[in-house]
Write a protein that binds this ligand. Structure first.
Ligand code: PLP
Length: 396
């Protein structure tokens, strides 16, 4: 049977793999040999499930959005990852990876962060588990995202500003990889999305797959069938989308819609629509779609949403697009902002700007009245209030 899951060699179709410097080979190989063994052990399963329940607050509700449904002429359920501890889906992954790191005898945790959301989720679990934590963050981002830097420091993490390149996410990632090369024995690198060398994309997808596991159960209860007609999610690196679709990947009754950040428009030169603009290449250890110029230099992406402006995309998602298993829609800044206000006024839920891109894809769809749509609200909008207020002012 055709599958959209990872194969034995770490590939999704022609995407994925592990393209890494020789010095990291042992680390990545060690993780590859151990991640499934650890994740399938009873002790891991038990501790992970208990923390997701008592610390994160899972299961997250599957909420029937009545007024939003009326507006779009179908049945829309929202998967409420915004209600998790720390405000988004990222904590599912960091809890899982720190439990794996401990079982592999690692003492020190490193991470990269762009907007700071993954940094905060990592610093949170390091405080919880009493582990040393170093977070690499581009200097530009340190200045832009000061509240998250303060949170990480309060949680006990050391935040290292990175001054190479554009001083943003990809530079922070390079620096984290450099650190890992210097401390391969005692250090574990927690990657924040379904990106990086195999086994990271598969491991992160599995850790986030609790989302689709819950959707199955919750839909069965509410709709009498355990699958929807449509799944919708935003994609930065792809982790909340991977979690949303994981258990439905090979179920062709379920249509998959991925929303990426169009920025000011895909052909404006200021965009982060990686799936539509990217060409095949290698970024951060995986073969995938990459925004690059003719010489193969990585192009700086742009989106109003800091969580979506990554110049690569998870190899799973590159394959879903290449094989037409998923429909990919670019949602521009203003469309996402309008969608955030719409959800707020219709349902009393202020979504994260990233999640607002998934909502912004709704007007671009045409649904049947009987269609059941599950859309993941990946995070809450508290962090985006300055952007929302500023947008309101310029429109008024
Ligand atoms: C980081 C983030 C994203 C993008 O990351 P994915 O790995 O694509 O899920 C989306 N939504 C929120 C709220 C985030 O914090």
């Amino acid at each position: 049977m055709k599958t959209y899951q990872v194969d034995q060699n770490g590939y999704y179709g022609e995407f994925g793999g592990a393209y890494i410097p020789e010095i990291l080979h042992q680390c990545v190989e060690n993780l590859r040999e151990n991640y499934l063994k650890v994740m399938e052990s009873d002790s891991f399963k038990q501790e992970f499930a208990q923390l997701l329940r008592d610390y994160v607050g899972r299961p997250s509700p599957l909420y029937y959005a009545k007024r939003l449904s009326e507006k779009y002429g179908c049945k829309i359920y929202l998967k409420r990852e915004d209600l998790n501890h720390t405000g988004a889906h990222k904590i599912n992954n960091t809890i899982g990876q720190i439990l794996i790191a401990r079982r592999m005898g690692k003492k020190r945790i490193i991470a990269e962060t762009g907007a700071g959301q993954h940094g905060v989720a990592t610093a949170t679990v390091c405080a919880l588990m009493n582990m040393e934590c170093v977070v690499y963050m581009g200097k530009t981002d340190v200045e832009r995202q000061h509240a998250n830097v303060q949170k990480m420091e309060m949680l006990g993490a050391k935040v290292v500003p990175v001054t190479s390149g554009n001083m943003t996410l990809k530079d922070a990632t390079n620096e984290a990889i450099r650190d890992w090369c210097c401390h391969p024995a005692d250090t574990y690198y927690i990657i924040g999305s379904t990106v990086g060398p195999h086994p990271y994309p598969d491991m992160v997808a599995r850790l986030q797959s609790v989302i689709s596991e819950e959707i199955k159960k919750q839909l069965l209860e509410k709709e009498g069938r355990d699958y929807p007609d449509y799944l919708m999610a935003c994609v930065g690196g792809g982790s909340n989308a991977a979690g949303t679709i994981y258990h439905f990947l090979d179920d062709e009754r379920v249509k998959i819609v991925l929303a990426e950040a169009g920025g000011l428009g895909i052909f404006s030169g200021k965009s982060a629509a990686t799936i539509q603009l990217g060409k095949k290449g290698i970024i951060h250890g995986a073969r995938t779609l990459v925004m690059q110029n003719e010489d193969g230099q990585i192009e700086e992406p742009y989106s109003v949403s800091a969580g979506l402006d990554y110049p690569g995309i998870g190899p799973m998602h590159a394959n879903l697009s290449e094989t037409h298993r998923a429909k990919v829609i670019a949602v521009n800044d203003d469309e996402a902002l309008d969608a955030a206000f719409e959800l707020t006024r219709l349902e009393g839920i202020i979504p994260a700007l990233e999640s607002a891109h998934a909502l912004g894809a709704l007007p671009k769809m045409s649904f049947q009245p009987t269609d059941v749509v599950v859309l993941t609200v990946s995070g809450r909008g508290d962090k985006d209030m300055p952007t929302y207020i500023n947008y309101k002012m310029t429109k008024a």
